[in-house]
Design a protein around this ligand. Sequence first.
Ligand SMILES: NC(=O)c1ccc[n+]([C@@H]2O[C@H](COP(=O)([O-])OP(=O)(O)OC[C@H]3O[C@@H](n4cnc5c(N)ncnc54)[C@H](OP(=O)(O)O)[C@@H]3O)[C@@H](O)[C@H]2O)c1
Length: 369
Amino acid sequence: MKIKRILKWSVIVIALALLVWFQIAYWTSTNDYDRRTAAANHPMKAIVYSDYGLSNLKLENIEKPTPNDDQILVKVRAASINPYDWHFVEGKPYIMRMMGVGLRKPKDIQLGVDFAGTVEAVGKNVTQFKPGDDVFGGRGGAFAEYVCRRAEGAVALKPANLTFEQAASVNIAGITALQALRDKGKVQQGQKVLINGASGGVGTFAVQIAKSLGADVTGVCSTRNVDLVRSLGADHVIDYTKEDFAKGAERYDVILDNVPNHTLSECRRVLNPKGKYVLIGGGGPNDSRWIGPFGRIIKTMVLSPFINQQMGMMMADANHDDLTILADMMQSGKMKAVIDRTYKLSEVPAAIAYLEEGHARGKVIITVE
Ligand SMILES: NC(=O)c1ccc[n+]([C@@H]2O[C@H](COP(=O)([O-])OP(=O)(O)OC[C@H]3O[C@@H](n4cnc5c(N)ncnc54)[C@H](OP(=O)(O)O)[C@@H]3O)[C@@H](O)[C@H]2O)c1
């Protein structure tokens, strides 16, 4: 009886302590927006936000960054938008706020990742790049006139025959497509690969990468994008407004799912007995605002050990070597960037709002003058 009472009170005390901790953490959650947007000695323009929500994005002057010994300073000429940016703008799914993004307000007031530009200065330990080099890659805070990033990270030389806009489109979408097909899907010559969401940022790169790996490629998109997906090399195109790939007779060796709009069992039905299902997408505005794509990721992980088909989620890991592989493919004409719309730096909120609709054709680009 006594033990029961002790247990009951322990649970109540722990729950109350957690509630108090959460309240304190929530109300003390803040950022350095006011300090960083106060008069700067060496100003640069950047998209910043003090609170979650698209309407809070502003183009302000903040201090231009200075590279440390291992970094390069890049004058950004173009950036690109990804669904990833939308998650940070909205702070959704909410679970990511508890994972360090900022409970009440975003911890980091800058946005954007993918960039292309020209190296303006290098730290004293940097040997890979020199001032004047044109480069592309990824770094938090790319919606700005300048970014600093470690020279050893996700940055590579831009091929001379690519525009800054084309190069800025590559980092997240291109790396995701490459790693999903080559590393997770282990696509082999002659295999049948289905790409669900073939006309978006990841999909347009994925169709071309799957073709270059020798696969027989089926792309899924809406009517207006059928010709685009075919022109990228897809052998077959399924117009999802007319036909459901999950109800078809064809069986695939690899499914790359950029738009998880089918149940896992529907996907398994059209997967060969030893096929691989690679989940990358999910968590858009219509998904659960609390856990976003995590519910499906957990279901995939739980199911996988009990079946012969391999089902798994992959997260892109941006790095220099894969950026160089993608740059070489684009330089030699094996792959091209599909650019949908181009916006100015001041128009980042409109660009994100457009991407959020979920029907971009290829990449949405920001030009920085
Ligand atoms: N795991 C990772 O590391 C990682 C990395 C990058 C992206 N992602 C995720 O992957 C997803 C795709 O990213 P993205 O950059 O390609 O997004 P995106 O550019 O916004 O993709 C939009 C595309 O989805 C297509 N689409 C919409 N509804 C569809 C449907 N019912 N069936 C087939 N296609 C449909 C649209 O084609 P229509 O206009 O023809 O409908 C449009 O072309 C996002 O959820 C993103 O968060 C994950």
